[in-house]
Design a protein around this ligand. Structure first.
Ligand code: SF4
Length: 378
């Protein structure tokens, strides 16, 4: 991933994992790091669940997970999977029958821990259903629900216990000749999570799904997840991520993408570089950035935009972005295009003008991308 020959300090060397599929999305290997979230609507309410999945997909979610705790919830899965614009992961706990039903219903992946679903026959039935439906599996170890024998062996949830649990579950699948699985070892403690993933990354080539579980509300959970998952991603560990927030799932997707964008490992939408503002600002930077974030949220093509209050840092930042605005003129500022000063815009018109420029650039990039895809497909 992201080897940068010109700026080597920006390079991240990604751990080599094997590649699996979650429906149409590749996970692991050289595939882009996928962003996931999870619905919080009652799954039985297919219409509400599909509406939430659509909002998450619009925000950029590559994969969405849906809980399947009851037979009524798996009964809604065929409709949900049929209408979802992205692959669906069915979250199963203990009830092996829900796993079989979800696989038959079109789920692209089952989140299930084979060691928790009972007899070897039941495990085999679930794995057969997954195999028959082209469904992958996520082994999801959680620090809060480790097996009793591991807690007795290790005394408390610790990285060794979490890795041992993950490998025990993985062995069951390997013994059945099923290798299309990814693993997560989440805990609400950031240090424990990071250490567990580091250890796990050394002993398996399975793709890893990253997350800090129960991280907290929008602000605190974002900070905690960014430190924990950000460190792992920086080390090259992680093939798919879910930021767990006590907030709208759409926010989880946005935070996930912002994390990947900050690390330069994925680009999506407008990346705004903005100064914090001070007495030198030539326009209201904070309000302008807030408005632009809102007005440009629909853009999915990768575009960098600098919005800087004055000439102290404006020209320098503009030189490194696709579009830039630097304040400091008389009720006006300078617009930069592809790093070069281009024309003046009044403060009153700047928002509309910038939105127009970004939208035009996005259209051009989209046309180029589609042309490239057509050529590649020929
Ligand atoms: S770029 Fe200018 S306005 Fe913005 S914080 Fe720096 S000195 Fe202040």
């Amino acid at each position: 991933m992201s080897h940068n020959p010109i700026r080597p300090w920006r390079s991240i060397e990604r751990r080599k994992s094997r590649k699996i599929r979650v429906g149409s999305v590749e996970v692991g290997g050289d595939a882009p790091i996928a962003v996931q979230t999870m619905t919080n609507t009652p799954t039985e309410d297919a219409a509400a669940t599909i509406a939430q999945i659509e909002r998450c997909a619009e925000a950029g979610a590559d994969i969405v997970r849906v809980s399947c705790p009851t037979v009524e919830s798996t009964a809604a899965m065929p409709e949900i999977c049929r209408h979802s614009p992205v692959p669906i992961v069915a979250d199963i706990h203990f009830h092996y029958k829900r796993g079989i039903e979800a696989a038959d219903a079109g789920a692209a992946c089952l989140r299930i821990n084979p060691g928790n679903i009972g007899s070897p026959d039941r495990v085999k039935e679930v794995v057969n259903a997954a195999r028959a439906n082209g469904c992958s599996i996520r082994i999801g170890v959680n620090g809060g629900s480790l097996e009793r024998h591991l807690l007795e062996k290790y005394g408390e949830p610790c990285p060794d216990a979490m890795v041992e649990s993950a490998l025990d579950h993985a062995r069951i699948l390997d013994d059945l000749g099923f290798h299309d699985y990814k693993i997560s070892v989440k805990a609400s403690d950031m240090f424990l999570t990071v250490a567990a993933y580091q250890q796990l990354a050394e002993v398996t080539d399975a793709p890893l799904h990253l997350g800090i579980t129960e991280a907290g509300g929008l602000r605190t959970g974002t900070v905690k997840s960014s430190i924990g998952m950000g460190n792992l991603l920086w080390m090259g560990i992680g093939d798919t991520i879910r930021v767990s927030l006590s907030a709208d799932p759409v926010e989880e997707v946005k935070v996930g993408f912002d994390m990947l964008k900050s690390l330069g490992v994925r680009t999506r939408g407008v990346n705004i570089i903005a100064c914090p503002s001070c007495a030198r600002q030539g326009f209201d930077v904070i309000k302008t950035v807030e408005t632009l974030e809102d007005r440009l949220a629909h853009i999915s093509e990768p575009i960098s935009l600098s919005i800087i209050g004055c000439v102290v840092n404006g020209p320098g930042e503009a030189a490194m972005t696709d579009l830039g605005f630097t304040g400091g003129g008389k009720e006006s500022g300078k617009m930069y295009i592809s790093g070069r000063p281009d024309h003046n815009v009044s403060n009153a018109d700047m928002v509309e003008h910038i939105v127009e420029l970004v939208e035009k650039k996005a259209e051009r990039l989209k046309a180029q991308r589609e042309e490239g895809e057509t050529v590649a497909a020929e």
